[in-house]
Design a protein around this ligand. Structure first.
Ligand code: THU
Length: 131
């Protein structure tokens, strides 16, 4: 694990502690690092009206954009119900990451043995839509 990966995974784990997931019980934290080294985090926020819930990655990316940054250097996600498992981003979040990613962007996941898996956006969302 690189120093940046470690920092990002820690930020994602911290955010996961605040996840609001009373319906699924599946808590997720995410953290994005931008070109200036600034970190933005988010957690999933579920809602009694289920479709209104939002993903951790979406909220972390929203925080990055609200701060004026536009490029994801890396994004980490830490998720799981009773134990941490590699939580690969949902389809919608892959598209959200793609909006601010380039071929160097790393998507970093923490697995159940504390191991890191990292992907490019092209691996997770090949032949993606863009305007
Ligand atoms: N979830 C995320 O926050 N990120 C993902 O990449 C996958 C799923 C959330 C949505 C929902 O609150 C819970 O995990 C179970 O689907």
């Amino acid at each position: 694990m690189t120093a940046v990966e470690k920092k990002l995974v820690e930020a994602a784990s911290d955010a996961r502690r605040n996840a609001h997931a009373p319906y699924s019980g599946y808590k997720v934290g995410a953290a994005v690092i931008d070109e200036k080294g600034k970190i933005y985090s988010g957690c999933n926020v579920e809602n009694a009206a289920y479709p209104e819930g939002s993903c951790a990655e979406a909220n972390a990316i929203g925080a990055m954009v609200a701060s004026g940054a536009r490029r994801i250097v890396a994004i980490a996600a830490v998720g799981g119900k009773d134990k941490i498992e590699a939580c690969t981003p949902c389809g919608g979040c892959r598209q959200r990451i793609a909006e601010f990613a380039d071929d160097k962007t790393r998507i970093v996941l923490l697995g159940d043995g504390n191991e890191i898996t990292s992907y490019s956006i092209d691996e997770l969302l090949p032949a993606s839509f863009s305007l």
